[in-house]
Design a protein around this ligand. Sequence first.
Ligand code: ADP
Ligand code: MG
Length: 399
Amino acid sequence: MTKFRTLDDLTDISGKVALVRVDLNLPMQEGTVTDLTRVHASAPTILELADKGAKVLLLAHFGRPKGERVSTQSLSMVVAAVQGVLGREVMFVPEIAGPVVAQSIGILRAGDIAILENTRFWKGEEKNDPELVKAIAAIADFYVNDAFSAAHRAHATTEGLAHVLPAYAGRSMEAELKALEAALGNPARPVAAVVGGAKVSSKLDVLQHLVTQVDHLIIGGGMANTFLAARGIDVGKSLCEHDLAATVEEIMAAADTAGCTVHLPYEVVVSKEFAANPPSLRVCNVHEVAADEMILDVGASAVEALADVLKTCRTLVWNGPMGAFETVPFDAATVALAKIAAALTREGSLVSVAGGGDTVAALNHAGVAGDFTYISTAGGAFLEWIEGRELPGVVALTI
Ligand code: ADP
Ligand code: MG
């Protein structure tokens, strides 16, 4: 188990200056923040530090301004949203280092909160420039990283600062690391992984790592078509990467060596056109897909068989929907399997961890996100974790 300091290790911080890396890369439409999930994730850390009397300076990036000041990507635009979630006044500082920041710290009282400007306005952020790191660190007493979602990047504010200041994991970072450790570090066995989504090619590393870690690998979504085709099954017009047949065979062989059982759908939902409730919709055995049909979901009886697999498992890692869930009724397998995982989790027989942009959307759509043990909203960082990679932002926090 990776060891790191947490907020529990911080005492006597009244009046001290805390640099807190958070995720404020909020989805926005026409200048209005449309989703506050990321602010809610870091609110406990921010409020705990403020309540302990620290002067809390929030560091975050927004968009990809590539080292230039871009007025439409200023973090001043999220101040109102952050104030709303925290229920506190939040100051905005248009710099991340230097005299303006120093002056602002002079104005802030113990327990006050400020957001510094978009860290990516400075070229040194993404280059992890030691000079920028030093300049940012100069005014602070300690550093807290609460942005797991940015931990796969070795940038000045996600990694560099941890080397020059006493460094701590925030509450959201701590929860994420504990959940991922429980799922893949030292999990209760048997472990199942559900991997779905559009393409095998986007998740090759995930599949290659998971076959060595889990007892059951359940493949769904478009990527199941690539596996089926590689096994000689005619998948018609389905989304399929025919050129990956050899890769699929390698993954199957690696699974075999590692003692991992790979589950492919044997019954599928097909249609001639990709539309909601299409007239040509039918359910069939994988061997009966016609040349002009595409596979868009896993069939209900195959889902039942997968449910039986999950019932024997103690841990589940899930990334990728089982079908084209945005279009009804191709959400059925994802919703059904999610409900089973949620019920097993509620009963206490399963530890369930899920992540991925579309996966989180699908679990929310199924109405069960709250029942999973942990849902990672970290996107790229979550995927890199389940690829078995070390995340620089996490390594830098390790003691
Ligand atoms: P995540 O964002 O959770 O990592 P992905 O981006 O890999 O997931 O995959 C999600 C996408 O895969 C969804 O848009 C979904 O519609 C698509 N998908 C799933 N199954 C199929 C299928 N059988 N045919 C085409 N697209 C599919
Ligand atoms: Mg996606």
